[in-house]
Write a protein that binds this ligand. Structure first.
Ligand code: GCV
Length: 631
């Protein structure tokens, strides 16, 4: 039963965002079976939802009960968040608590790795809805996307791949001015800012200059003029995202300049327009010789950026991946964050499940993100959690033009959860999962329990049947789906297991690459000592013999065998639990997810058998429980 106040909506909206809030309120209430009457601001006695728009651009929203009415107050943007918050709670059937809330971060965005030809790098949900045939497009889906983001509390998106190529380069030239303007306006209505990825060598690629040296006057002038043209024609453009000196991308290093010199030059160019630069820290040697055991890719972020702390302009945000390597299923938190005292940083998560099952396997990532946000850099220092050290958050998007947006229906929980966590980094992942389930599938308690259980177990299950204990990189090169333990072993990417018949892993303590020493003294001590190192990260930090004794007395190898057998069984149990919901869900949704589970089980069996067999053949040590391994 909806509360009485849902019969009337009072208040007028002045701005486009306020009007969008009003529209969403009407549509949302109608979808829940109400027929609200909109009656301006003249009806003080009626129980109503009262929208009170105040001037400004803040995102704060306040909801409070005034007698029988519910008042939502805020700027146009605030009203949007307030309305979605109210609708969520009504849909959940919850007694509505008062809400006075501002987001934890001013920038909460999705990064799309969409290419101009319509493909998506690491995209697992169809093609791009931002680009088709080399051009940006604005369609009905753009508006739905803006609504989707705003309903989760997000406020920005970068629409093109950080690997800028093809006609995406021309986004800076004015060739697509009209299309970009339409997209920007459509997003702006829901408070979503537009960002563009740019190539550092654009002055050469587009401007015909013979250098992109950030200290060159001609280069500065080119960027200045480009920004003037771009920012004056695209409302709501927030700035640029830059992948420089990374995996073959051009950058300041080519000219003997630092990352700070590169970023600052662009920061100066966008500053007159209130623009910002999101500068990625994914800088590492991607042409390593596998014979070289000294170079450690995990060290690279800190080696490059820690010495530059304090050298970046105020409108630069260093965007760093959550771990030191590359979105593996288990990594420690990037030590670079612990070094950035005078530089704004942005945490980059990946909800596109590149290494975490590619939206074929279910893998709810929100508990992992929450752990990362809770991570403490120094136990004795106040306000020293990741959540407090960062100034902004983003996630690589998991969306595409698939009917259900995310390929796997359950992968939408990652988008929703990322949005809620970026508004409130203390939000509870289990509550988010439960809430998402009710909002998506309705409030049947059995469905809610099953879906929440599946989501909450899924990351551990995925981790068990794939790469063990933080070692990462056992996936098929290139596609990154399915097992290939030595696929990256003799390659150039700095991703080595270095397994032989006695030992496995890279030693990252002081006797090895010294990576542990990039953390604060207390964390370095924790990680460097194999006895205190958290077991789930043991093979990230240490090279160990297979007969190393884990805390529970099992050998390292037996633990890996057990995890792989159990991981498969647990995936099968999740799939069976889903099957029991057949009569309780829309047949099409039920069938889609069931098919994904079939694929997940096939893949989990493959991982189990390949990893176990590979280790058995190396070590010739059998599984203590005599389960099937292929000799
Ligand atoms: C966009 C990984 C991915 C690449 C991606 C890169 C990055 O290496 O495999 O597809 O490129 O990260 O984050 O820049």
């Amino acid at each position: 039963m909806l509360p009485a106040y849902t019969k009337y909506i009072c208040g007028t909206a002045a701005t486009r965002q306020g009007k969008a809030a009003l529209r969403e309120l009407i549509a949302g209430l109608q979808a829940m079976g109400a027929s609200p009457e909109v009656c301006g601001s003249q009806t003080p006695g009626l129980p109503a939802v009262r929208l009170k728009e105040v001037p400004g651009s803040e995102e704060k929203a306040v909801l409070r009960r005034c007698g029988e009415s519910m008042e939502i107050a805020g700027t146009g943007r605030g009203l949007i968040y307030g309305v979605f918050h109210l609708l969520r709670h009504l849909a959940l059937g919850e007694e509505f608590p008062e809400w006075d809330s501002s987001p934890a971060y001013p920038i909460r965005m999705l990064d799309h790795w969409d290419n101009a030809d319509g493909s998506i790098e690491r995209g697992y949900a169809g093609s791009s809805f931002f680009f088709r045939n080399g051009k940006p497009i604005c369609t009905e889906r753009t508006r739905d996307y803006a609504r989707l983001l705003a309903s989760c509390g997000l406020n920005g998106c970068c629409i093109n791949n950080v690997n800028v190529h093809g006609s995406a380069l021309k986004l800076l030239t004015g060739s697509f001015k009209r299309e970009l303007r339409r997209i920007a306006l459509c997003l702006a209505e829901y408070g979503i800012s537009l960002w563009l990825s740019v190539s550092f060598s654009s002055p050469m690629e587009l401007g015909g200059l013979d250098t992109a040296d950030p200290l060159d006057e001609g280069v500065k002038q080119w960027w200045g003029e480009t920004c003037l043209r771009l920012f004056s024609s695209i409302p709501n453009l927030a700035g640029f995202l830059v992948k420089a000196d990374s995996e073959g991308r051009p950058g300041p290093h080519s000219y003997g300049r630092s990352q700070a010199e590169g970023a600052n030059m662009l920061a100066d160019a966008v500053r007159p327009f209130g623009g910002k630069i999101l500068w990625r820290c994914f800088v590492y040697n991607c042409t390593q010789d596998w014979r070289d055991a000294k170079t450690d890719r995990a060290r690279a972020q800190c080696d490059h950026f820690a010495p530059l702390d304090g050298e970046f302009r105020e409108n630069v945000f260093l965007q760093l991946k959550n771990g030191p390597v590359d979105f593996q299923i288990r990594e420690p938190v990037s030590p670079l964050l612990g070094h950035l005292e005078k530089t704004a940083s942005m945490m980059e998560f990946q909800i596109a499940q590149e290494y975490t099952g590619q939206q074929r396997d279910v893998c709810y990532l929100i508990p992992m993100f929450r752990d990362i946000l809770d991570f403490r850099f120094r136990a004795r220092r106040e306000n020293d959690r990741t959540a407090e050290r960062i100034s902004a958050v983003c996630a690589v998007s998991n969306t595409g033009d698939d009917y259900n947006w995310t390929g796997h229906d359950l992968a939408a929980a990652n988008l929703f959860g990322f949005g809620l966590l970026s508004w409130n980094p203390c939000a509870d992942p289990a509550e988010i999962a439960e809430e998402w389930s009710v909002l998506t599938f309705g409030d049947d308690p059995e469905v809610t329990k099953t879906v929440t259980d599946i989501l909450m177990r899924s990351r551990d299950v995925y981790e068990k049947y794939t790469a063990p204990l933080g070692i990462g990189w056992m996936c098929v090169p290139g596609t990154h789906y399915g097992p290939s333990p030595e696929g990256y072993e003799f390659d150039r990417w700095g991703t080595y297991l270095r397994a032989n018949h006695l030992e496995i892993g890279v030693e990252r303590g002081p006797e090895g690459t010294g990576f542990t020493e990039q953390y604060s003294a207390e964390l370095a001590a924790l990680y460097r000592n194999v006895k205190s190192c958290p077991e789930e990260l043991l093979l990230f930090f240490h090279r160990l013999p297979y007969n190393y004794r884990m805390k529970d007395g099992r050998t390292l190898l037996q633990r890996i065998y057990d995890d792989h057998f159990e991981g498969y069984e647990e995936a099968a149990a999740m799939s069976e639990a889903w099957d029991k919901l057949a009569d309780k869900l829309e047949p099409e949704v039920f069938r889609r997810v069931q098919e994904r589970f079939r694929e997940q089980l096939r893949c989990a069996a493959e991982w189990r058998d390949v990893v176990n067999t590979w280790l058995y053949r190396l070590t010739m040590i059998p599984d203590e429980k005599g389960r099937r391994i292929y000799p």
